[in-house]
Design a binder for this molecule. Structure first.
Ligand code: ATP
Ligand code: MG
Ligand code: MG
Length: 348
């Protein structure tokens, strides 16, 4: 059987390798850090991305390379791509690694985003605040996740401290969007160009971290089809292969794209209990060149992340009806760390 290479050994890589295993594939995970959750794979290599011998040895054991984390250095990707196909492709990765290239790409496609301005100095920030108004959010263009590398500005007196907190990183200032709700579309595209999207989920964040995703989202039929069609446009424009998460703000002026993630997405975990083929299997099908699976939603589900000490509730959660507990095998809980999630079926 074929072997799928996965860059990244976090919980997403772990759940991808479980899905691949069910389809008869083997997975080889390449993890640049401490392999926190990837040890269910057939094989795990733990080495830095600068270790070209390890990268080459990894690539030679696999048929296709995918990833669960978008911050893979360009030099490593260049080497890997010379040996095996990388799916989703390099352009999808490059576009979504940088918030400015992402917003530029989305704008060129005719999609709406929050108003934004590039910021590389305190005086840039002052000018951007004058143009976009307040409140606004300053974000590093690269490497941010779970709300890290962001600060909200409420008044002009916040400017010096906000800029100082960014440690001279390249940044983008975004106007604060007064959204009605946040939703995301998890969509997949296969090498033959077919696209399948899951029903949008409604997301609640706290302290910049996703807490819950609820399906169905509270959307009108028109908003639901707009969301799905918009996601399909993004995948088609990138000639994308695999699953993507598209985060949206629902506003009175229509749907705005917050960001895109070129991988399986936390807000798609509900599909494990809500669909015959979940997002992890769908991604493996796409990158392996199998037909996309049936992603119709057959249940209403609330996904809740178990963050930090939330895992202490697991003994009780294991006794709840209509509840599936998923744990990532990460060991000791730390504040803000995603330890697992639960999917509660609220209507079957
Ligand atoms: P992720 O873990 O999803 O990659 P991230 O660190 O990239 O998170 P964002 O998605 O940019 O962060 O922001 C996290 C949350 O902060 C958003 O889901 C939204 O709730 C809020 N937020 C971000 N940008 C804006 C904005 N311009 N206006 C209003 N709220 C925002
Ligand atoms: Mg993000
Ligand atoms: Mg986000």
């Amino acid at each position: 059987g074929a072997t799928i290479g996965i860059l990244g050994g976090g919980q997403l890589g772990r759940m991808l390798s479980v899905a691949a295993s069910r389809l008869g594939y083997r997975c080889h995970i390449f993890e640049p850090g401490a392999a926190p959750a990837g040890d269910v794979a057939f094989r795990v290599t733990t080495a830095p991305y600068s270790d070209t011998a390890a990268l080459r040895a990894f690539a030679e054991t696999v048929d296709v390379i995918t990833y669960e984390f978008e911050n893979v250095p360009t030099s490593a990707l260049d080497l890997l791509e010379s040996l095996r196909p990388i799916r989703p492709n390099r352009r999808a990765l490059a576009v979504s690694q940088d918030r400015i290239s992402e917003k530029t790409f989305l704008g060129d496609l005719g999609l709406q985003t929050a108003p934004w301005a590039a910021v590389n100095s305190e005086s840039d920030l002052r000018a951007a605040v004058a143009r976009l108004g307040l409140p606004a959010i300053l974000k590093t263009t690269r490497l941010g996740y779970d709300g890290k590398g962001q600060v909200k500005l409420e008044s002009e007196t916040d400017i010096p401290a906000a800029w100082a907190a960014m440690d001279n990183a390249a940044c983008v200032l975004e106007g604060f969007v007064a959204f009605d709700r946040e939703v995301s579309v998890i969509a997949a595209r296969s090498p033959d160009g077919s696209v399948a999207a899951y029903d949008p989920g409604e997301n609640i964040h706290r302290d910049g971290i996703l807490r819950t995703t609820t399906v169905p989202a509270r959307l009108t039929a028109g908003q639901r089809s707009d969301a799905v069609l918009l996601a399909a446009r993004i995948l088609n424009a990138l000639d994308y292969i695999g699953v993507m998460g598209v985060e949206l703000f629902v506003t009175r002026a229509g749907l705005l794209v917050n960001e895109i993630a070129p991988r399986v997405h936390n807000s798609g975990h509900w599909t494990q209990q809500g669909c015959s083929v979940d997002q992890f299997e769908q991604h493996i099908r796409a990158v392996a060149g199998l037909p996309l699976g049936d992603g119709n939603r057959y249940a209403d589900v609330v996904m809740e992340n178990l963050i930090g000490d939330d895992v202490l509730r697991v003994p009780a959660l294991l006794k709840e009806r209509d509840t599936a507990v998923h744990l990532y095998g990460k060991g000791a809980p730390r504040p803000g760390r995603k330890m697992g999630h639960v999917n509660r079926i609220t209507r079957g």
